[in-house]
Design a protein around this ligand. Structure first.
Ligand code: TXA
Ligand code: MG
Length: 362
C-alpha cells in the first residue's frame, strides 16, 4: 500500500532517502508530471518501476539529477557534443528538457533498455530538487502512471494508478507545466527532438545559437517505437473509460467504411480555446481548459482534464484539433499539445454531422 506525505508539512526527506537506499520506490513531483523514482544505480530497484507500471523493458527511463555536473557524470560526450550539451543545459536547466546522449558504462542497462544512450534531466520543481539534493543519488523515474494511461499531475493521480504498491508518494500539489519534458538527443553537432514536451523547439534553437558553429535542430517524433525513440507508442495518455477522437472539420476528412455514429448526447468534450464550443449543451459533458486558447494553461490542465472525463459514463471523448493554435516561445508549444491529443486518441479522428460524432474517420 502506498503512503502519501505532504511536502510542505510532513517530514519526508529521511524516509525518502532510506527507501531509495533500500531499493524501494518514491513517487515525487516535478514541474512536468509526477515521477516514479528508484535509485538509478540499483538495477533491481529500477526493475521494480517497470513491474509496478506494467511497462515493457524495452522503453528506457530518464535519470534525474540535481546539477549539470551530476548529469555530465552519467554521459560520455565528444568535444563537440560537450559544447551542445552545455548550451542546452545552461539555457534550459533546471527545467522540462531531457538530454539523451551516450551513457557512461556504469549506468545500468535496465535504465537504458539495453541501448548505448541515457536520458538525463535536472528538474526545477523545488520538492524534486530538495529530494535530489538531500539524497544525493541519481533517480531513475518515468511518469508515475500505469503504462499507457494518462500521466499524473497530482499525488492523487499517482495513488489512483499505483496505490496498491509499496511507494512513498510526496505530495506537492498540481504540477506547473503539466506535460512531460521535451526529449532531445545530442549527437555530434546536431540536436534531434524525440518527444515534444514542456520546452518548445524554438527555445532549443535559441539555446544552441550560443555555440561557435551551426547546430542543426530537427524533430523526429514518430507514431511508433523506433530504435532512437523506443517510447513513442501511438496509444499513450489514453483515458480508460471511452475511446477518444480528435474532431476535424468535414472538409478535411474522408469517411471510411468502418466509421460509427455516436449520438452527441453520449459524448464528452475536453476543449481548448473554444474550438468545439458549438458542441456545448449538445454533449453529455463539456469542459474548456482555457477559453483564451493559452497553450501554457492548456498544458497545465490537460492530463487532469482527461482523467476527469473518466468519472463520466461516455461512449466517446471528443478532443479539439489544436494544430493551428499560436504558441509562445516559453513553455510547451501547440505542437506538444497536438501530440498529446493525437496519442490520447490513438491517431483517430471524428467529424460532427446531424447530431452525431462520426468516429474512426481516418
Ligand atoms: O517530464 C518527464 O520527462 C517525466 C518526469 C517524471 O521527469 N518523465 C517521463 O518519463 O515522462 P517517461 O518514462 O514516462 O517518458 C520518458 C520518455 C520515453 O518516451 C522514453 O522512451 C524516452 O523518454 N527516453 C528515455 N531515455 C531514452 C533514451 N536513452 N533514448 C531515447 N529515448 C529515451
Ligand atoms: Mg510516461
Amino acid at each position: 500500500m502506498a503512503t502519501i506525505k505532504v511536502a510542505s508539512t510532513d517530514d519526508w526527506k529521511d524516509d525518502a532517502f532510506e527507501r531509495l537506499r533500500a531499493g524501494r520506490l518514491v513517487a515525487f513531483p516535478t514541474e512536468t508530471v509526477y515521477g516514479l523514482g528508484a535509485h538509478a544505480k540499483d538495477e533491481a530497484a529500477v526493475r521494480r518501476i517497470f513491474e509496478y507500471k506494467g511497462r515493457p523493458l524495452d522503453d528506457p527511463v530518464i535519470v534525474h539529477v540535481h546539477s549539470v555536473a551530476a548529469a555530465r557524470a552519467l554521459v560520455d560526450l565528444s568535444d563537440d557534443e560537450s559544447v551542445v550539451f552545455e548550451a542546452l543545459a545552461s539555457s534550459c536547466w533546471p527545467g522540462p528538457l531531457t538530454i539523451v546522449s551516450t551513457a557512461q558504462p556504469d549506468v545500468p542497462l535496465v535504465v537504458r533498455a539495453d541501448g548505448p544512450t541515457v536520458g538525463v534531466r535536472v528538474p526545477s520543481n523545488s520538492t524534486a530538487r530538495a529530494l535530489l539534493e538531500h539524497t544525493n543519488v541519481p533517480i531513475a523515474a518515468p511518469s508515475a502512471n500505469t503504462f499507457g494511461h494518462v500521466s499524473p499531475t497530482t499525488a492523487d493521480h499517482v495513488f489512483a494508478d499505483l496505490g496498491s504498491h509499496d511507494i512513498l508518494i510526496i505530495d506537492d500539489g498540481p504540477c506547473d507545466v503539466g506535460v512531460e519534458s521535451t526529449v532531445a538527443r545530442v549527437h555530434n553537432r546536431a540536436v534531434t527532438v524525440l518527444r515534444r514536451g514542456g520546452t518548445s523547439v524554438e527555445a532549443l534553437k535559441a539555446a544552441v545559437e550560443t555555440c561557435p558553429w551551426a547546430v542543426e535542430v530537427s524533430v523526429k517524433v514518430g507514431v511508433g517505437p523506433s530504435s532512437l525513440a523506443p517510447g513513442q507508442h501511438l496509444k499513450h495518455y489514453a483515458p480508460g473509460n471511452a475511446p477518444a477522437f480528435v474532431v476535424r472539420s468535414e472538409a478535411e476528412v474522408e469517411i471510411v467504411a468502418e466509421s460509427v455514429a455516436v449520438p452527441l448526447g453520449e459524448c464528452g468534450v475536453l476543449d481548448i480555446g473554444g474550438n468545439l464550443a458549438g458542441l456545448r449543451g449538445r454533449v453529455r459533458h463539456y469542459h474548456d481548459l482555457t477559453a483564451e486558447g493559452d497553450t501554457t494553461v492548456a498544458a497545465r490542465g490537460i492530463y487532469a482534464g482527461l482523467r476527469g472525463l473518466e468519472a463520466h459514463a461516455l461512449s466517446a471523448i471528443l478532443l479539439p484539433d489544436v494544430s493551428g493554435l499560436a504558441s509562445s516561445l516559453h513553455g510547451p508549444d501547440s505542437k506538444s499539445l497536438d501530440d498529446k491529443l493525437f496519442r490520447a486518441s490513438q491517431g483517430r479522428y471524428a467529424m460532427i454531422r446531424s447530431g452525431s460524432a462520426i468516429t474512426d474517420v481516418q
